[in-house]
Design a protein. Structure first.
Length: 420
């Protein structure tokens, strides 16, 4: 009788786990629970709590399911970027662009500046800082802002492909896979660099080949407000710390440890309170990661992950073309971080796990350029531009589709035929 009761409880645990898992990923797919204000991070927390409430996940299993290295690295990078922001680093870059770039040079300038910065800083935050500054630049130069905002969104996604610290899903992949920072950059850096050139060519061809992108761009906002904010501290100190962190990455030290040390040093300085830095931290993203770890942990406890992996085996995901297509589709349905969380248990079963991890990082990141909702960076740019520049779904797809297909093809060919 006891055995039968245990079996019944186990069965209901599986049913409940499936219900929580599917409900969570449904919200991840559509962005918000219909009729409520529950967004992706909120659903991740709710799903995680429900896994506890219904006994699917024990406290011990929960602790084991959380990758604390990922959370530490993500949080530490946010502290570093927040310090750079408060010090006026991004405004300083914008002033350099104003002084040295002509209107014809602005498109490649934005593409390569945002792409390179996104390779070493989290791309979502780069978009958050640069979107209003680019609108200010366009007002000053009397330029149509759409091509330059699209350049920011697409280039930040492409550039972030290059390194472990480029975006949240790469941080997760780097932590789980153990791939060294230099190895990651050596394999995916060329893909990102070639992708930025492709992005430049396609944006110029689609938007600027018949004109210089100028138009009367009137606004009631003062021209100087977005580029002349007084920094709360001099940018030299956080820039030196950031370079030190980057050197630590290249020297082979643990990225999480090096970034944490850099973040701690930046909290020690006395020019402004740590609360100002905390205000720039994306706490909702951290909550999304934490909730996802627990939801996937519950799915693993209930055997859901293994069932999904069995389905994946039948799809022949060992074929790199099929694998890239599935990751691209999944990343645009449920977003790239939940997609990577879902697939992370499959990768160790491949005959070349390192190359597959790199392919997962490449495809989940570049897939973000397909639609507006494919990447948080895209959504940030669209929302920041609202009221001054309209970016429609089709406006975005006009550049997003060719950029995504071209860069995915480059990445697939590079990793399949030229990896080393």
């Amino acid at each position: 009788m006891t055995s039968a009761l245990g079996h019944t409880l186990s069965h209901w645990h599986v049913v409940i786990a499936w219900t929580i898992f599917l409900a969570s990923y449904l919200v991840f797919a559509i962005g918000r629970l219909p009729g409520t204000k529950i967004d992706r991070p909120a659903m991740a927390i709710i799903g995680a709590v429900l896994m506890f409430v219904f006994g699917v996940l024990s406290p011990k299993a929960a602790i084991e399911s959380i990758d604390f290295t990922t959370l530490v690295l993500l949080f530490s990078m946010m502290l570093i970027v927040a310090s750079l922001h408060l010090a006026g680093f991004f405004e300083w870059i914008t002033r350099l662009a104003i002084e040295h770039l002509s209107p014809r040079q602005l498109l490649p300038g934005i593409i390569f500046i945002s792409g390179i910065l996104s390779a070493f800083l989290v791309n979502d935050i780069v978009c958050l800082m640069f979107a209003p500054l680019i609108l200010g630049l366009c007002r000053r130069m009397q330029l149509r802002p759409l091509p330059y905002l699209l350049a920011l969104a697409t280039a930040s996604n492409i550039g972030s492909t290059a390194t472990i610290t480029g975006n949240p899903q790469n941080i997760l992949i780097g932590s789980i896979s153990g791939i060294p920072y230099r190895t990651f950059l050596a394999h995916l850096g060329p893909v990102a660099l070639l992708g930025l050139f492709v992005d430049w060519a396609l944006l110029h061809w689609i938007h600027l080949r018949n004109d210089n992108g100028t138009e009367n761009f009137s606004t009631s906002k003062p021209e100087e407000t977005t580029v002349t904010r007084e920094p709360e501290m001099h940018p030299a100190f956080p820039m030196i710390v950031s370079l030190g962190v980057l050197v630590g990455f290249f020297c082979g030290f643990s990225p999480a440890l090096v970034a944490a040390a850099g973040g701690a040093v930046l909290l020690i300085q006395r020019r402004h309170s740590p609360q100002a830095i905390y205000g720039d931290v994306d706490w909702s993203l951290l909550m999304l990661f934490l909730g996802l770890f627990l939801i996937i942990g519950g799915a693993e406890q209930a055997g859901i992950s293994q069932q999904l992996l069995d389905v994946a085996e039948r799809l022949n995901l060992h074929n790199s073309l099929i694998f890239t297509a599935v990751v691209t589709l999944l990343s645009n349905i449920v977003s790239n971080v939940p997609a990577v969380m879902l697939l992370k248990g499959l990768i160790p079963q491949f005959h070349d796990p390192q190359n597959t991890w790199l392919m997962l990082a490449m495809s989940s990141t570049l897939a973000g350029n397909l639609t507006i909702t494919g990447s948080v960076a895209n959504i940030i740019v669209v929302e920041k531009a609202r009221g001054e520049a309209h970016i429609g779904f089709l406006d975005y797809m006009k550049i997003g589709v060719p950029v995504t297909l071209a860069t995915l093809a480059i990445g697939l060919l590079w990793l399949h035929f030229l990896h080393y």
